[in-house]
Design a protein around this ligand. Structure first.
Ligand code: ZN
Length: 163
């Protein structure tokens, strides 16, 4: 058996914390804590009926990641740098409440329920994507606002220290 070509997902240790990232508009709506729901549960009309299968699948989940330090420069790892998203979807970090974290399913497992060509297309939809960091939920997930600590200001050295 060629194990390198196996469809069996690689089981990893569950990360200590899981996160999701939002834009300022979602942050205004969620505040300090709230529930992240699949996009399809937020839509009042059945606009998804006219969308393709990939879009409907993506909208069926809330999406999370084990990556704890997403920025403008790394947003591509979780697909949040797409121009079509318009907003800066990586600006505000929320941490999944611990009692919900164990209910989230790794993408590497959930993808087995998807049509393979759609799963592959999603995983290859950008050069930086890191699907092994993705987690998902079909139900609401409680999160807490958990801002990324600002980096310490760089120490001035040399001539710059005199300014
Ligand atoms: Zn927004």
């Amino acid at each position: 058996m060629d194990i390198t070509n196996s469809k069996v997902p690689v089981l990893r240790a569950r990360p200590e914390h899981l996160y999701t990232y939002t834009c300022s508009h979602a942050h205004d709506a969620i505040g300090g804590s709230g529930l992240i729901r699949p996009l399809k549960d937020l839509l009042v009309t059945n606009v998804l009926d006219n969308q393709d299968e990939a879009t409907r699948l993506i909208a069926s989940y809330g999406w999370f990641t084990s990556l704890n330090n997403i920025s403008r420069y790394s947003a591509g790892m979780i697909g949040l740098n797409k121009i079509s998203l318009k907003c800066n979807r990586w600006e505000y970090r929320y941490r999944v409440a611990s009692r919900f974290a164990g209910k989230l399913v790794p993408w590497t497992v959930e993808r087995l329920t998807w049509p393979e060509h759609i799963a592959q297309a999603l995983e290859t939809d950008g050069p930086d994507l890191e699907p092994s960091s993705w987690y998902m939920s079909r139900g609401p997930v409680q999160v807490f606002y958990d801002p990324i600590p600002a980096p310490a200001p760089a120490k001035k050295t040399g001539w710059a220290a005199l300014t």
